[in-house]
Design a protein around this ligand. Structure first.
Ligand code: ATP
Length: 336
């Protein structure tokens, strides 16, 4: 297990990370997620030994890491910019870490070969780094991190230099590899879809604080507060007459707001029975193939977006409709 206990990280007078407490289980794929500047990288760097916390402790598998240099911590690190040596070929890049770890010379070819097979890069071993695509280079960087057999793999936005399609296929490869090796992995991203797709659990950060830890489903379905709800996936804030009606129906405090996911909202010509409904007009209507995105506006001007799957309904802008949803699908949340 990796445990961060009461971690505070400062740059001069500025506190980048406040009182962080996280426990990561052995073999887990654990992601730090949050908007830019929220302290994800700083926390990862503290685990790696590149930043010294002002207070708190970090332990990994029962060992206090605080007195240890980065290279003594049993970690593999994969960065956004690959950090490969362009003058070396792929084999030499991977072998470099083994030499630095003083692995006996005769063991090196076999270990490079073994990790190359596991990461699917055997055919590239003799190539120069600049002959490879971004996705291939990132796979080499992962192989180089893994060849020293670290107990923990740290990855900081490893896919952000890749184009959208490659990001999806590479994240699937990373997840498959992580599962097959069973290596405890801490992954940093600001991309909520990527985090949901790849992680066992996610820690959501916001301005230097931890907002919530949970599985992707828990974080999406039961966000701890409005900041998490807004950051993870699209969500409607139910304002105006909808807010007033819900205040009478649901248990809440004056500070609470009401939220609902777009796929839980029905926009239709007739009100849906068994749901709460509000008269509205169509603002915009987009047929997107598998689903239709509809934005409607209530009489007092509050907008609601609905995603309707397989919908064959056609609307005109300005057409009168009903917005309907079930009260049990409404999230009652405080602003953080
Ligand atoms: P990003 O996704 O943009 O990298 P992040 O969540 O990883 O964001 P961090 O890089 O951890 O954020 O930065 C957290 C805060 O600490 C930011 O406000 C940043 O400006 C500040 N910070 C980071 N490194 C330093 C530094 N070396 N000196 C001073 N302030 C820093």
């Amino acid at each position: 297990m990796i445990e961060l206990k009461d971690i505070v990280i400062k740059y001069g007078d500025f506190t980048a990370v406040h009182d962080l407490n996280i426990q990561i289980q052995e073999g887990e794929f654990f992601t730090f997620l949050g908007p830019s500047g929220c302290g994800k990288t700083t926390t990862l760097r503290a685990i790696a030994g590149f930043e010294k916390p002002a207070s708190g402790t970090i332990t990994a598998f029962g060992r206090d890491l605080s007195g240890l240099l980065p290279e003594e911590r049993g970690l593999g690190f994969v960065f956004q910019n690959y950090a490969l040596f362009p003058s070396m070929n792929v084999y030499e890049n991977i072998a470099f870490g083994l030499k630095a770890h003083k692995v006996p010379k005769k063991e090196i070819p076999e270990r490079v070969q073994r990790i190359a097979e596991k990461t699917g890069i055997t055919e590239h071993l003799k190539k120069k780094v600049n002959e490879l695509s971004g996705g291939q280079q990132q796979r080499i960087a992962i192989a180089r991190a893994l060849v020293v057999e670290p107990k923990i793999l740290l990855m900081d936005e490893p896919l952000s230099n890749l184009d959208a399609k490659l990001r999806v296929s590479t994240r699937e490869e990373i997840r498959r590899l992580q599962r097959s090796l069973g290596i405890t992995t801490i992954y940093v991203t600001h991309d909520q879809e990527e985090a949901m797709a790849i992680s066992d659990r996610i820690a959501v950060f916001n301005v230097g604080r931890l907002e919530q830890i949970g599985t992707p489903k828990e974080i999406y379905n039961r966000p701890a507060n409005a900041a998490v709800a807004r950051f993870i996936g699209d969500i409607n804030v139910l304002a105006g007459s909808m807010d007033q009606a819900l205040r009478e129906k649901l248990t809440c405090t004056p500070e609470d707001s009401f939220f609902i996911r777009p796929h839980k909202v029905t926009i239709s010509k007739e009100a849906v029975s068994g749901a709460v409904s509000f008269p509205a007009v169509i603002d915009s209507f987009e047929f997107l193939g598998a689903y239709t995105k509809i934005i409607a506006r209530t009489q007092d001007g509050a907008q609601v977006t609905s995603l309707m799957f397989g919908s064959e309904t056609d609307y005109e802008t300005g057409e009168a409709v009903s917005i309907s949803f079930r009260p049990e699908d409404v999230l009652v949340l405080k602003e953080a």
